[in-house]
Design a binder for this molecule. Sequence first.
Ligand SMILES: [Zn+2]
Length: 408
Amino acid sequence: MIKKTGILVIVVGLLLAILSPVSVQAQGGLAILESSARADFPSQLSFSLSAESEVNITDIRLHYTVDRVSFARVTSEVYIEFVLANTVDAEWTWDMRKTGGLPAGSTIECWWTVTDASGNKVETTPTQVRFDDNRYSWHSLTGGKITLYWYRGDESFAQEIMAAAQEALARLAKDTGAYLEKPVSVYVYAGAQDLRGAMIFPQEWTGGVAYTRYGVIAIGIAPDNLQWGKRAIAHELAHLVIHQMTLNPYNYLPTWLDEGLAMYAEREPEAIYEAYLKQAIAENSLISVRSLASPFSAYAGQSYLSYAQSYSLVEFLIAHYGQDRMYELLNSFTQGSSYDGALNTVYGFDMDGLNTLWRGYVSEQYKSTEVTTAEMHPALIGALAALATALLLALALVTENWAWRRGW
Ligand SMILES: [Zn+2]
């Protein structure tokens, strides 16, 4: 029974996805009879066209642009292969397995140009196609600029996620001045497996993805994993807010700032991060701020420490220098400033200076807990690391995908 329902949903979804936008357009003896697009999420998007003329049709091209934030409008042009004839049914499939995928809810604007042997040329009116994930029956809930889509769990499940998202926005606005500039769609899949099914090249450990340029977050939250979900949504949303604000053609944010702000939006970090931080202070094995500007190590222990330090660095900057300076810092990155340049302008120290000041702060902060740190047996740290590796999806934010870095 469940299977049948599933199939029915898929069929209905596909039918909904079929668009027939065309009013007949013609020039001379050349006419477009029909054009349509069909989404088969996440792997392909098919476009088809029927045209006829009194003479042979000689050239058919599909043009499309993807609606996302970019620094130059990019139009793709596809030359369609077909047999010359008076009447042509052409089809082209965008195979995302070859190009990389698009997030659910992406909008593509497309139009056709058709030419015949008499030199008649018709260009169709541009049409919007939405690449929706029609494999599920989505419910939706909107609050401010956030629209949440979900299909498993009741209304209160969605409301709790929404509340966590709004709380994260409020916290970011209050302490950093950053706010959501454009609307965002959040697709809540019913778990990590469903989420991976919505991606073209998923990583084993992917738990959430922020597609910054599309204003889309996709995340896997099972209804019985809500506590993790609320943290994860705050985290990914913070990435989106910060990236919307600082996107520029010159550089990315230093990773410690990006991840630190995302963790800051979650409120208190989980205990495991603090354990790594304390251990590193005790062993004098903290990672330098300069190293943390680059992508983090993939090793669980180093990764946890990187996130822990990033949170602490951001917390230090906000607590000691306030919201205004953090806002200024983010703004100077928007102008394309270098990491050292931006810090120097706003705070009067560079990454090495920050490193020294922060080490003093964090050593002082954990001085009273030194005994506890020393007592934490290395075996326990090892066990925590092993647990973390085994339960990445359930536990941690190292599960996030780095899609935004690749410019998706
Ligand atoms: Zn993150």
